[in-house]
Ligand binder design. Structure first.
Ligand SMILES: [Fe+2]
Length: 215
């Protein structure tokens, strides 16, 4: 089976699965997977990463959210492996894809990850940094993962500020050139969210909005 056939078969497995779960996957649904897959190929080309492995990893990188909300990639390993196997991937390819996904995870990543993990990481991170994401999808993340805005703001600042400071928020020059300005504004915004939540009156206003089902 060719690499193209494997990717086609993988999509055929994933599309109905994502359709079945689209009401729960408000943040990590097929819209996210499609975007991350497309951009990961762009970044893979840029840095000479293996496009087949990057594209395959992108397609299955968030299956853990189907298994369990607010979970880590490890939770999706079994489902990922069985879907990849059904789509005709060899055990070696499955192992490589698993490693790409584990290494690109925000809490695991560092400066020495593989080119494939770098390409996937930049695409996945770009979704977070898009100017539309805090406006349209932050509330969806809150709903999908059953967290509140304080927890989300804390998670973003705790996980992402040090990546920005150590110069690995993005890995590829293309992502740095085009999107770092968005990412910086995004992190300032979330820092401001944390700051404004220290105001008791803001917290009370949010409580009332929640009780009256405005938010
Ligand atoms: Fe993702």
């Amino acid at each position: 089976m060719t690499e193209i056939e494997k990717i086609d078969r993988l999509r055929e497995e994933l599309i109905p699965l994502y359709q079945e779960h689209q009401k729960e996957l408000l943040f990590h649904g097929w819209h996210h997977i499609t975007f991350v897959t497309k951009k990961s190929v762009v970044f893979a080309k840029e840095i000479g990463a293996n496009e087949f492995l990057v594209q395959s990893a992108a397609l299955v990188h968030d299956l853990n959210y189907i298994v369990e909300s607010n979970s880590k990639p490890e939770a999706g390993k079994e489902l990922r492996n069985s879907i990849l196997e059904k789509a005709g991937y060899t055990p070696d390819e499955i192992e490589e894809i698993e490693k790409i996904i584990m290494d690109e995870c925000t809490t695991n990543r560092h400066s020495d990850i593989s080119l494939e993990s770098k390409a996937l990481s930049d695409a996945d991170t770009l979704f977070k940094a898009l100017p539309v994401t805090p406006i349209l999808f932050a509330s969806k993340y809150i709903q999908e993962n059953n967290v509140d805005i304080a927890k989300l703001a804390h998670k973003i600042c705790a996980e992402q500020n040090h990546l920005m400071e150590s110069g690995i928020y993005f890995y590829t020059d293309k992502a740095k050139e085009m999107y770092l300005k968005w990412a910086k504004v995004n992190l300032v915004l979330w820092g401001n969210v944390e700051e404004c939540l220290k105001d008791e009156d803001v917290r009370e206003m949010l409580k009332i909005a929640e009780t009256s089902e405005v938010i």
